[in-house]
Ligand binder design. Structure first.
Ligand code: ADP
Ligand code: MG
Length: 231
């Protein structure tokens, strides 16, 4: 059995509808979607050991089935540059989370590679009651939230569908390169969209998938946050 099926079955067994970020990222990796390097630490010693292995700077995040929007509760700290900062960040996140929900179940703290700043895009999927698995693409931040500049296609997606979803965005000129922003690797984004389509079609129990954000680079792209919700 593949990792994806194992993870989904385990969540079902535990009665969880939301997969943890590390679980969602293992699934992404199995489908060829690039994600930041990561490990889950259970104590401060492990945290600094993993940070050394991954390489500084790192990002720390809470891993808890009780916390879906991690940064809203102070559960994400970015750009930690030394073992001392990692150790302090570890305690700070636990403290923030306890303030939010004293009895939150803590699986551990995710230590991950800090992805360099770049244009943020969003890849999503929803299971439409009428059309079935549907893939979404847009640019991050105001483009999605304020301007609703997003495109949808019903899965399965081929390379041409994926390209259209990208090039038909109003914000597409930003991805082609603009002023100080270099052009984004469109083929890498096309690859992520097609892989997402395969992922949700292979696993019909996925109700929602959210890669938010994916950082788009001149060469390649990297998913820094992944969320998967089951039916
Ligand atoms: P949330 O659950 O709040 O959506 P995220 O994992 O998306 O948490 O983290 C919040 C923000 O922190 C992201 O939108 C991104 O800007 C930044 N971030 C998170 N992880 C990384 C990373 N590995 N590298 C760079 N920036 C990151
Ligand atoms: Mg996020």
């Amino acid at each position: 059995m593949n990792q994806t099926t194992k993870i989904i079955n385990q969540a079902k067994k535990e009665g969880r509808k939301t997969l943890l970020e590390p679980e969602a990222k293992i699934i992404c990796t199995e489908y060829g979607i690039p994600v930041t390097k990561f490990r889950v630490a259970s104590n401060q010693m492990e945290a600094s050991k993993y940070a050394n292995e991954i390489g500084y700077p790192v990002v720390l995040k809470i891993v808890s089935p009780d916390i879906i929007h991690k940064s809203e509760v102070g559960g994400v700290i970015v750009n930690l540059k030394t073992p001392a900062e990692v150790t302090a960040g570890y305690s700070k996140i636990l403290e923030n989370v306890k303030k939010y929900k004293a009895d939150a179940k803590i699986v551990g703290i995710l230590i991950q590679e800090m992805a360099p700043n770049s244009t943020e895009v969003i890849v999503g999927a929803i299971k439409d009651p009428q059309f079935g698995q549907t893939v979404m693409f847009g640019l991050g931040g105001i483009f999605v939230e304020v301007l609703k500049d997003v495109n949808f296609r019903i899965a399965p997606l081929n390379v041409d569908d994926a390209k259209e979803m990208i090039t038909e965005l109003k914000a597409y000129p930003l991805l082609k390169g603009f002023r100080n922003t270099p052009p984004a690797d469109i083929d890498a984004l096309v690859g992520i969209l097609c892989s997402t389509s395969r992922l949700v079609l292979d696993n019909p129990e996925i109700k929602e998938l959210d890669l938010n954000p994916v950082l788009a680079y001149q060469k390649g792209a990297k998913t820094v946050d992944a969320r998967i919700i089951l039916e």
